[in-house]
Ligand binder design. Sequence first.
Ligand code: HEC
Length: 123
Amino acid sequence: MAFVRVHVALAAFAAGVVLCHGVTFAQSAEKGKAEFVQHGCWQCHGFQGQGSTATSGGRVIADTQLPFDAFKAYVRDPTGSMPPFHQQILPDTDLADIYAYLESRPKPKSPSDIPLLHNLPSQ
Ligand code: HEC
């Protein structure tokens, strides 16, 4: 019985360690959701990472296509108007969770998939 329990625990741990995009931390999209709010990312990027032309320069970070290393490099040392988030206030493990949360967000819909936009009067 103990043997089975150890194997179930190991399988659960392995499932939690995601190696996609070069991230080697155990990530949690659920924790990342809370950290995205706690660290104030939502204030400029929106709760879903959907962005806005007013606060994120139109950048959408939901379903980010950036590899984790590039994502982390930008958050640590942004080149535009975004404030930097250093390791001391936002550890790599929390950033990996935020990355997992953003990866779990759905892509924005294509305008052609929004019925309301199909029958707009032409100008
Ligand atoms: C005060 C507003 C503000 C806050 C807070 C903020 N950002 Fe940004 N972020 C921006 C803006 C504006 C850009 C567009 C580029 C620039 O001007 O730096 C950006 C760009 C980015 C990019 C690059 C996107 C790309 O495709 O190039 C990433 C990744 C990012 N932000 C992640 C985060 C994360 C994660 C947090 C929270 C830890 C955060 N941002 C908090 C304003 C903000």
